[in-house]
Design a protein around this ligand. Structure first.
Ligand SMILES: CC(C)(COP(=O)(O)OP(=O)(O)OC[C@H]1O[C@@H](n2cnc3c(N)ncnc32)[C@H](O)[C@@H]1OP(=O)(O)O)[C@@H](O)C(=O)NCCC(=O)NCCS
Length: 193
């Protein structure tokens, strides 16, 4: 869906961040947040054991050898320190409908500094411009106020709430669905210049 499917749209820089593919050397930084119960509280994975993080990271690194592909997991590196402080994913959900979804996770030491918004804005911008997508959506546990605050900051609309659609750690979870259309993103961009 890019102009040139042989050319990935990443790595990508924002003001403070580098969004790039994972390396095996990111293990310590990634495990630091993936093993943190507070970070994974609303996720359907974790807290990770060292083995699970190593396996997940190995999978991302192996995946980076393939292009094009529908799922892209990028490490978010803080330019100032070169540390991997989180990860962000963009996945093509339907090629026919030009729709993708995304998700993000960050180390607790970096929360509430606008980092998730900065990384997710870059991903959404890429989705609508470089990738030419029509619709982008994201979901989260209804209790995950931080996650949907990011989505709302991006101008995403809460389209609905799915009741007990996902069983996580033995408990049924309710899920908010947020989405944004290409024309809505373009209108926001036009209004902000
Ligand atoms: C959810 C998460 C990604 C937010 O990241 P972040 O970098 O702190 O987000 P930002 O700093 O860009 O904040 C964006 C807005 O959300 C608000 N916000 C952030 N965390 C919040 C929280 N826990 N409760 C309410 N609002 C919150 C911020 O105040 C900000 O709004 P403002 O600019 O009006 O003040 C981060 O908390 C995280 O990694 N959580 C664990 C993993 C996770 O749950 N991922 C999402 C799965 S769906």
């Amino acid at each position: 869906m890019t102009d040139d499917p042989h050319k990935p749209w990443f790595p990508m820089r924002t003001k403070r961040l580098l969004l790039r593919e994972a390396r095996l050397g990111d293990y310590d930084d990634i495990h630091a947040y993936a093993a943190d119960p507070e970070v994974v509280r609303f996720m359907d994975w974790g807290p990770n054991t060292p083995e699970v993080t190593a396996q997940a990271l190995g999978g991302w690194v192996a995946m980076s050898a393939q292009w094009p592909r529908d799922e892209v997991n990028l490490v978010v590196e803080l330019l100032e320190t070169g540390r991997a402080i989180g990860a962000i994913r963009l996945s093509i959900y339907s090629k026919a409908d030009r729709t993708a979804d995304f998700g993000y996770t960050f180390n607790r030491d970096y929360w509430r500094q606008g980092i998730a918004t900065e990384a997710a804005s870059a991903i959404v911008e890429t989705a609508f411009t470089t990738l030419g997508l029509h619709r982008v959506f994201a979901t989260c546990d209804v209790r995950n106020a931080g996650s949907y605050a990011v989505m709302e900051k991006l101008g995403m609309r809460r389209e609905g709430t799915l009741l007990q659609n996902h069983e996580v750690r033995g408990r049924w979870r309710d899920t908010h669905v947020y989405a944004l259309l290409a024309q809505e993103w373009a209108a926001r961009r036009a209004a902000s210049v």
